[in-house]
Design a protein around this ligand. Sequence first.
Ligand SMILES: C[S@@+](CC[C@H](N)C(=O)[O-])C[C@H]1O[C@@H](n2cnc3c(N)ncnc32)[C@H](O)[C@@H]1O
Length: 261
Amino acid sequence: MADNTDCYDVPQYWDMAFGEDTLLEADFIEAAATKYCNFPVRTMYEPGCGGGRLVVELAKRGYSVTGVDQSSAAVGFAKTQLAKASVAATVQTGDMKDLLPDTKFDLAFCLVNTFRHLLTEEDAIQHLTNVASMLSEGGLYIIGMHLLPPDADEEDEEEWSITEGDTTIDMQLVVEGCDRTTRLETLQFKMTVLNAAGEEIGEYNSGYRMRTYEAAHMVSLLAKVPAFELLDVYDFWYDLEEPLELSDELGDTVFVLRKIG
Ligand SMILES: C[S@@+](CC[C@H](N)C(=O)[O-])C[C@H]1O[C@@H](n2cnc3c(N)ncnc32)[C@H](O)[C@@H]1O
């Protein structure tokens, strides 16, 4: 039976559906810090941290992590997960476009398309400018998101299933209404939750407006935020030995930016 609750407001299920790569992503963040920073990274910031799967993992690894999310349900869940893991981190509700006063971080990261929630160039610039001003000189900002190459199919559909303990999540993602002029599309999620007997215990449907990016759009955006230089790009294999060429061949892309000046 469908529930009106937003998928982001049931992070206990959303994080399960997207949690498979958490260790790989945390390994990449740590290894990138070692590869690109000439100082030891101790403090990290995650705008749009959701239920805190990466905040918790990196806090367990000894980093001082701060996460911000606009969903109070997600922030509450992240706090519970931190308590369960007996680790500390700061998680709070807020808008990822905003500056956190009196804070400095060594590294920031924003994965799985969260950056694409910023729907206009102005919002993306405001966000990047504020993240840059919260980073120490030489600090990194790692952004992971899908690019939409010029010749890529605008329609897309994916389905996957994850089981943990007694719970199974069936996810269906359909990309709808992609408009290359406005650079907006909707990611329509249907998240079905099943118990150990295979009975449905919840169904959540949410559509998220996202901004689309070709490689050239990202290059043009970054040119407007001189506080960042693009160091390298990777794909979702997260292989730091294999930096890639930023081009229209790339779909899943991880940008490693460095704060300069
Ligand atoms: C795709 S989820 C990713 C969550 C988390 N980063 C992860 O990797 O699991 C995107 C998250 O961004 C949050 N979000 C979207 N727009 C936001 C905004 N303007 N400010 C703060 N959080 C935002 C949503 O509430 C949601 O939790």
